[in-house]
Design a protein around this ligand. Structure first.
Ligand SMILES: C[S@@+](CC[C@H](N)C(=O)[O-])C[C@H]1O[C@@H](n2cnc3c(N)ncnc32)[C@H](O)[C@@H]1O
Length: 397
């Protein structure tokens, strides 16, 4: 129970809770409420929790501070309800209690991503509209007073969403033996690379060594100049192709956002070779399987080019995540930003499981069976190289 309450306290203190649901009333206790739902709200600048108690087709509401909520949880979780689910953007935590009151904590892939602070309409952004921020001004996202330009608002939201994912990974990334080493493959104009630097160094005070890599010389020159002007000393940009990129030592975080087609595979290949602790990849333009996929059962779906294209994209990314699982990563596919802003929307998030708890045999079977089902040979295999090929060779369907 101590571990469970400690987790609840951390999630509440750090404002990570998207929603909590308590259900499954214990046998033998007097049945007052059938279910309790909890959501964060901001009222008059105060971060509170809105609790809904469901009973006899009715609902009773109250708003309480985090500390009070903790008190309520310690009273009713386990003693009254046998199950609690805490939704955060990193994980869904399922809390189960046995008849004897023994608590079990299960960590699952997240199913809710957006925090809707229903009484407040302003989102809890890491970068704030109205607060001047040097790199956002340098890249033309906000004016000198800190106001975000209307036409750049989608970009501003995307940057904030991206930083939320980084925030979730901070505990894994931080180190005390040197800077956090990060490579951003296909950085382009590097809004996200600058945001990463700003967040980790200026807001959080970490030491970092970030490299942005891109094929375009003018973009690299421009980004290096902006980094110099801003005095972002741990950030540099290099010209080059992902597949040829060499780095001395290992990298902690590999990012590849919207790098086209098989460039994402190359980025994943490098990340695995470096045993990167965390990988963030938002693939785009997944063309390679379009002409390869064969699956007679799916012929009605595959005969329409536009559907075939979407389907090939999903198969490509699913194969990428299963391949990463073969390489000992825990993976999730998450919505990166609202679809209305970009169709390139799936974020592959992968955390290296250092204790090797990922079931490699199962992952190999899943990967090979799935690949064979569609008769494809995806580029991820080549990018992951001999280590991967040797792992899957041992499996004979
Ligand atoms: C669509 S932009 C995305 C830029 C940035 N990551 C973002 O999300 O805003 C894709 C970038 O990837 C770069 N790129 C594509 N293939 C690459 C490769 N093989 N090596 C290095 N950069 C690559 C392109 O030059 C381009 O600047």
């Amino acid at each position: 129970m101590d571990t469970i309450m400690a987790l609840c306290k951390t999630l509440i203190d750090e404002e990570k809770v998207i929603q909590m649901v308590l259900s499954n009333v214990k046998k033998g206790v007097e049945k007052t409420y059938q279910k309790v739902e909890i959501k964060p709200v901001v009222i008059k600048e105060k971060y509170l929790y809105h609790i809904s108690y469901f009973y006899e087709q009715k609902v009773k509401h109250e708003n309480v501070e985090g500390e009070i909520l903790l008190g309520i949880l310690s009273e009713i979780l386990g003693a009254y309800f046998k199950q609690g689910i805490v939704f955060t953007s990193a994980y869904d935590y399922q809390i189960l209690f046995s008849k004897k009151g023994k608590g079990t904590l299960l960590r699952k892939a997240p199913t809710k991503f957006e925090m809707t602070l229903s009484h407040n309409r302003e989102k809890h952004y890491i970068l704030k509209d109205g607060v001047p921020c040097d790199f956002l001004q340098a890249l033309g996202v906000m004016d000198a007073s800190g106001k975000v330009y209307k036409k750049k608002y989608d970009k501003f939201k995307q940057l904030n969403k991206y930083l939320e994912f980084i925030e979730d990974a901070i505990d894994i990334l931080k180190r005390d033996d040197g800077p956090i080493r990060i490579i951003d493959f296909g950085c382009g104009k590097a809004y996200l690379t600058f945001a990463l630097y700003y967040y980790l160094v200026i807001q959080k005070g970490f030491q970092v060594a970030i490299t942005g890599l891109d094929l375009k010389e003018d973009v690299i020159d421009y980004c290096n100049q902006v980094a110099k002007d801003l005095n972002y000393s741990g950030l540099r940009f290099e010209l080059g192709d992902i597949k040829d990129y060499q780095y001395e030592g290992n990298v902690d975080l590999v990012v590849s956002l919207h790098a086209c087609d098989t460039a994402t595979d190359e980025a994943l290949g490098k990340a695995c070779a470096w045993h990167a602790k965390v990988i963030f990849a938002v693939p785009c333009c997944q063309h390679e399987l379009f002409n390869q996929i064969k699956q007679p059962d799916l012929e009605p779906l595959l005969r329409h080019g536009v559907i075939r294209d979407k389907f090939a994209t999903l198969v490509t990314d699913t194969l990428r995540t299963t391949a990463l699982e073969v390489m000992s990563y825990e993976t999730q596919m998450l919505e990166f930003i609202d679809l209305e802003h970009t169709p390139k929307n799936i974020l592959i998030r992968a955390y290296l499981n250092p204790k090797n708890e990922v079931d490699e045999k199962k992952a190999v079977k899943t990967y090979v069976d799935y690949r064979n089902h569609f008769s494809v040979k995806p580029h991820i295999e080549k990018a992951l190289g001999a280590v991967f090929i040797n792992k899957i060779r041992l499996y004979n369907p």
